[in-house]
Ligand binder design. Sequence first.
Ligand code: NMX
Ligand code: MLT
Length: 441
Amino acid sequence: MGAIKDRFKAKADIVAAEIKDILKNHGTKIIGEVQLSQIYQGMRGITGLVSETSLLDAQDGIRFRGYSIPELQAQLPRAEGGSEPIPEGLFYLMLVGELPTDDDAQLVTSLWQRRSHVPNHVFATIEALPVSSHPMTQFVTGVMALQTESIFARRYATGMSKKDYWDAVFDDTMDLIARLPRIAAYIYRRKYKKGEHIQPDGLLDWAGNFAHMLGYEDDGFKELMRLYMTIHADHEGGNVSAHATHLVGSALSDPYLSYAAGMNGLAGPLHGLANQEVIKWIFEMRETLNTELPTNEQIADYVQKTLGEGKVVPGYGHAVLRRTDPRFMAQMEFGKKHMPDDPLVQTVWNVYETVPPILQSLGKVKNPWPNVDAHSGALLVHYGMVEYEFYTVLFAVSRALGVLANLCWDRALNFPLERPKSVTTRLVKKWLNGEDEIWGD
Ligand code: NMX
Ligand code: MLT
């Protein structure tokens, strides 16, 4: 672990010094203004936090440390015989800020292999829940049970110096990421495969071993997991899961508590749960229309029905993006390469042709294009993973890479408790009446 930890700390010290200098010389620079409407509308467009690992552009989509998804696919290390990047490489890039060599990524793989043991009480805690519990409920419960292992919590309780916070968060990050695939796979096998669990394969990479423990030995599925775990990992700092993890971490809640908070946010249907909603919606459409491959006209009618019932079209729209999500495109490319004739995958592409003009015609949807969740389920179904309620757990395992790399940066940069100001509508009305006083509300 030493080498990566040392490299991270050396980088973080440089950035910390830069920030100190920036704040000293430019701390009063105005970087934006806030309109009243923004504080009532989800703080859209308000720049309010720093996240070093990735940056989202409304037109071009996500870049991880400056690299687009196609660039990562070309430049990150791969598994032997594979053509997709391994998520270990992306984690290294987000954490250290530099593209890893094959040896660097291999070092992360071996660190995670060595730290992947999950204590029995975690499984016992999951077993205490009804098997009917949603997989995300079981997953977050498992993470909370694992919090007994937090090095940060233990060291804080015995009196840790502020300057060592980053070190304990780093250790917890590596342990937690190493253990998540085992917990997730346990839940999948418990709920859908009669509790017939599969032991880890200590020779496989992180995502390959995850596929193995889930029970999928197909090389195509392993490649899909590597791509999936890479592209879902991070989406700058303001999305609900990243922001919640960062916010809770700012109270010095340990990485287990912070990550669990973020994943409770990911479990919402406007965020990560949308991936299950998309496949559920397509399955229901196919059943209603009694066809495996609905025509674009049939899809258009079904979309109108969905909208008429006051529901959103899952997988479409975004709070920041204003073009087709490059994560959707990466999955489309995977589909074209591995399963171009799959009727469900073709339906996803037909929905892509049909939905945007309909959403545009509503005149209120700011982004009519598909997001990451519009495509992921169809690829999983192709390999036999039809249990769509599990899909958000896959997203959660991947998202750990981004939000926990960020938490390491938060503590290394000594970011303070996050506490924005809120107001009441009564006070807003006073402002509008020219009364600027803040007290007495
Ligand atoms: N279908 C129908 N209506 C939509 C959609 C959609 N896919 N997207 C936005 N709208 C509506 C939205 O509900 C709002 O209506 P109203 O004024 O009546 O409340 C109006 O359009 C304006 O919303 P926007 O400003 O375009 O979107 P916002 O930034 O508020 O929300 C989402 C972004 C992602 C929550 C929204 O587009 C949505 O609900 N999409 C469907 C769910 C989804 O796919 N979520 C996954 C996002 C990605 N992820 O993994 O997290
Ligand atoms: C994400 O990956 O977090 C989603 O696209 C939502 C977002 O960025 O707001």
